[in-house]
Every structure is written in C-alpha cells, then in structure tokens.
Design a protein around this ligand. Structure first.
Ligand code: NAP
Ligand code: ZN
Length: 349
C-alpha cells in the first residue's frame, strides 16, 4: 500500500529532470507525512544526478532541503501534530544504536545513514527526495521550523545551513576569530551569515568581485577575488578558520598559506576529483586540513533555533517546477544568488 505523489526526477545520469509520479509509503507508527512547500536545490543534487560521486540510483528525485507542513502523523508520534511547520535535510534514517547515532551524529552511523534520496532505506526501498508534493519521514529525522522563519527561506537551512553551522561551531568561530569563506554560493552565503552572527570577522574569497556588494551586506567585512594573485600575499597568515564551500578542485596549498599558525581549513565542498596538498603546507604552522559532513539531527534543530534567534534565512530565488533544468545550469555556472528554491505547489500542477 502507498500513496502516489507528483515529483521531478532525473531518469538517467546527466539527463534533464522531468515530471513523474512516485509512491510514498503508508504511515508507520513513527512516521510523519509532510506536505512539501519548498525544496532547495543544493549543488550536491547536481553532483549526484550527474554521478560525479560514482554510481547512483535512477530514476532520482533529488532534494534534501525540504520545508513544509505536517499533513498526518503515525499512531506513535507525539512530537508533531498536523499543521506543524517542519523541515527534512539530508538523512531520513539510521540504526539509532551505534556509537555515532547515540552521540547525535547520525550522519556517521556505522551501519550507514539512509540519505533522503539516492539511497536504500532500512526496509530495502529506494528513497526519493524533496522535489515532490509529499514525503513520509520517521519523526526522529524531522526538525521543527521555528516561527519567524518563512518556509521558503528556511528550506536551504536544512542542508546549506547545517553544513556551514556545524564546522563553524566545531572550530570555534566567534568573537576575535577571523573566518574566511571560499565560494559565495548556497553554502558560502549561509556561512557568511552564520559566522557573522556568531561574532566572527568574516572575509569572502570569491572568484571575482562580482558579488562583493552582496557579500558585505550578508555580513562579511572584507571581500577578495581569488583570480587576483595578490590576494594570496595580502591575506597570508591571517585566518583562524577557512571554510571551503567550493564544488570544484582548488589549489589547496595556496589557501593553507592564508591560515594562522594552528589554523584550520575545513572542506565542505565535495568535488568528484581529489584535492592535493603539500605536507609542508601543514607542517610549517601546525595547520589542520579537515572535513565536515552536514550535522546531526539535534544540531540541525540547534542551527534552526540559532537562525530564528538571529533572523537568518537563505537568500533565495524561487522557481516553478518547469525551471529546474535552467536552474541546474545556472548553479553549474556559479550564477546563483544564492539558492534556488522550488515552489512545490508547481510540481504536478
Ligand atoms: P554552489 O551554490 O554552486 O556554490 C559553490 C560556489 O563555489 C560557487 O558559487 C562559486 O562561488 C564557487 N565555485 C564554483 N566553481 C568554482 C571553481 N571552479 N573555482 C573556484 N570557485 C568555484 O554550491 P553549494 O550548493 O553551495 O555546494 C558547494 C559544495 O558543497 C558542493 O560540492 C556540494 O556538493 C558540497 N556540499 C557538501 C556538504 C557536506 O556535508 N560536506 C553538504 C552540502 C553540499 P564564487 O562565484 O563566489 O567563486
Ligand atoms: Zn545539500
């Protein structure tokens, strides 16, 4: 038994997305049925739809930045009621028993977390993401969207928000800390807003100065073009934390040179090709080259509450379902200010 819902899917690797229908399971006791209002387009959706990260499952319904309203709840759900404003990010299940799940870091579940799409659930069924009208998700993987953040600007927080909040928090962004953000796209613009709200001094490192005015409005105090070689001299040894949000390969050594002694460069950008660095770039300054993967569910709720408290939402361009392929092309070309969000009411309409 299941319910049919409209969706947008990539039928094959790299193929244009097209309307389709998918099945959502009937509610189990701990399930929440969500009427999706908005779904953000993350660069990870493009990577997976193109198989940049290896073999994927098709047809693929991408979308792991989901905001909507609870339409029904299973018999055992006490946390949510019909009408609640909720969000779903990159994960919809995990074992719940391993050391990482118990620590609230379900993204590192030793039995493999179940991704919102392009994944196989613990029941053996393929998962389909947020570019659709409805989704059924276990209550433990649903977050509450606080009053004060509209659903459209909240959707991108479920991936871009948590993916930047988590490492900024972990590596101590705050007053007296200098943070550089590489790439002013979906993740990058959230990183600027969140790091500034944490009290850090924020510098944007973008390919050009095209988006400088925006970057300064978002909360950065400085903005440099990485296409200008002098940037790497001027900023040498300056930053405590560098957050790399770039979806392509970068010259890592050049950026490591911008860290203070003991500083950390954290990669959240996930290009398919390997990044290379020289060991001496780390040795000469006790520097750290780190990574960070989204954040756990509890931390995602903490991030949503932080954003509500600081009046933070994403800067979005809302699109209808028929514009998804155009939006993908623009994301590919770094032509996004700063997140495309699909109005789910236009899917199947
Ligand atoms: P996005 O909106 O496309 O932003 C990426 C930005 O990187 C672009 O706006 C551009 O900024 C810069 N950029 C793009 N190509 C570049 C190039 N060849 N050289 C230098 N800079 C370039 O993408 P996103 O949605 O923010 O995602 C960014 C990356 O994070 C993707 O790889 C995505 O898969 C990954 N991601 C990782 C996690 C995680 O858990 N670690 C979670 C979500 C996403 P400028 O124009 O300002 O230079
Ligand atoms: Zn994402």
């Amino acid at each position: 038994m299941s319910t049919t819902t409209h969706a947008i899917a990539a039928p094959a690797p790299g193929a244009p997305l097209a309307p389709t229908t998918i099945e959502r399971r009937d509610l189990r006791p701990e399930d929440v049925l969500i009427d999706i209002a908005y779904a953000g387009i993350c660069h990870s959706d493009l990577h997976q739809a193109k198989e940049d990260w290896g073999q994927a499952i098709f047809p693929m319904v991408p979308g792991h930045e989901i905001a909507g309203v609870v339409a029904a709840v299973g018999s055992a759900v006490t946390k949510y009621q019909v009408g609640d404003r909720v969000g779903v990010g990159c994960m919809v299940d995990s074992c719940g028993e391993c050391e990482y799940c118990l620590a609230g870091t379900e993204q590192f579940c030793v039995n493999g977390n179940v991704q919102t799409y392009n994944s196989v659930g613990l029941d053996g069924e393929n998962t389909y993401g947020g570019y659709s009208n409805q989704i059924v998700v276990k209550d433990a993987f649903v977050c509450r969207i606080p009053e004060g953040i509209d659903l459209d600007v909240a959707a991108p927080l479920l991936c871009a928000g948590i993916t930047t909040y988590s490492p900024l928090h972990h590596w101590g962004a705050g007053p007296g800390k200098k943070v550089a953000v590489i790439g002013l796209g979906g993740l990058g613009h959230m990183a600027v807003k969140i790091a500034a709200a944490m009290g850090a001094e924020v510098t944007v490192l973008s390919q050009s100065l095209k988006k400088q005015e925006d970057g300064l409005k978002l909360g950065a105090s400085e903005y440099y073009a990485t296409s200008d070689e002098s940037t790497f001299d001027v900023l040498r040894g300056k930053f405590d934390i560098i957050l790399n949000t770039v979806s392509a390969k970068l010259p890592v050594d050049a950026y490591l040179g911008l860290l203070r002694v003991g500083g950390a460069m954290v990669n959240v950008g996930a290009p398919g090709e390997p990044l290379a660095y020289n060991a001496f770039s780390l040795i000469g300054g006790n520097k750290v080259l780190a990574g960070s993967m989204i954040g756990g569910i509890a931390e995602t709720q903490e991030m949503l509450d932080f954003c509500a408290k600081h009046g933070i939402g994403a800067e979005i361009e809302t699109i209808s379902a028929d514009k998804v392929n155009e939006a993908y092309e623009r994301v590919e070309n770094s032509d996004v200010r700063y997140r495309f969000v699909i109005d789910a009411s236009t899917i199947g309409a």
